[in-house]
Design a protein around this ligand. Structure first.
Ligand code: C5P
Length: 233
């Protein structure tokens, strides 16, 4: 397994995305995260175009539906040759196993399948009052991670600060994909707890997801290289 820096391409048009990518010289092909905003703006054509340019893609669409629907949707996404996709672990283990089946291509290869446990926007109050889940939040997160692992998934999205605990519960090889990253001195924005790429490396993250510290930098290419240097050494 190769650790890497994934750039969160939170743009709302194809033009903005390609203006950004054109700043990199042809030899550098960062791993890119395409989320709902860009996917709904640019459609599958954007995914195909990014692949054609030689980038790896984490398609962050967080699927959550009945098992049969998720399985069939995953088969479609897998055919686009993306490298990583995700779903909500709260859809349950039958849904997660269906997703894995759908993702697996005829030749046995498949994109990595990652679970979202509880969103970082969910707090204890929301969980207890609205979702009627009365267990402590961190217990719920670790339990969902274990369900994902037992369903055959490859890892979870979590904070670098949780990476060690996830690995102690689910095993060293279970991947941790970690947003909430800032280069030292950058604005935190709406993130609550942030770590630098260097600290994420120390804490054992496998992939860091970095958005605004790169996309909002005066020199995005230099910021990307700094993240890579700190995280991969
Ligand atoms: O700009 P910033 O580095 O904060 O972007 C982080 C990216 O990771 C965004 O695309 C955000 O939606 C995503 N993300 C997150 N926290 C999660 C899951 C996803 O920040 N728990």
């Amino acid at each position: 397994m190769k650790k890497d820096v994934i750039i969160a391409c939170d743009f709302n048009s194809k033009e903005q995305l390609f203006d950004f990518l054109d700043k990199f010289d042809g030899s550098e092909k960062p791993y890119l995260k395409v989320g709902m905003e860009l996917f709904y703006a640019g459609g599958v054509e954007i995914v195909k175009e990014i692949k054609k340019r030689g980038h790896k893609i984490f398609l962050d669409l967080k699927l959550h539906d009945i098992p049969n629907t998720v399985k069939k949707a995953m088969a479609v996404l897998s055919a686009y040759d993306v490298d990583m996709v995700n779903l909500h672990a709260s859809g349950g283990s039958v849904m997660m196993k269906g997703a894995l089946e759908g993702l697996t291509r005829a030749d046995g290869t498949r994109p990595l399948l990652i679970a979202v446990t509880q969103l970082t926007s969910t707090n204890q109050e929301l969980m207890t009052e609205e979702l009627l889940i009365d267990k402590p939040l961190d217990e719920v997160v670790m339990s969902y991670a274990k369900n994902a692992k037992n369903s055959g998934l490859d890892g979870v999205v979590c904070s670098p600060l949780e990476a060690g605990k996830v690995k102690s519960v689910c095993g060293e090889n279970f991947l941790t994909i970690t947003p909430g990253i800032r280069l030292a001195g950058d604005a935190v924005g709406d993130q609550k707890r942030v770590t630098t790429p260097a600290l994420a490396r120390e804490l054992g993250s496998d992939y860091i997801v970095v958005g605004r510290s790169i996309t909002g930098a005066e020199d995005p290419v230099a910021a990307y290289r700094k993240c890579v240097k700190e995280f991969l050494g």
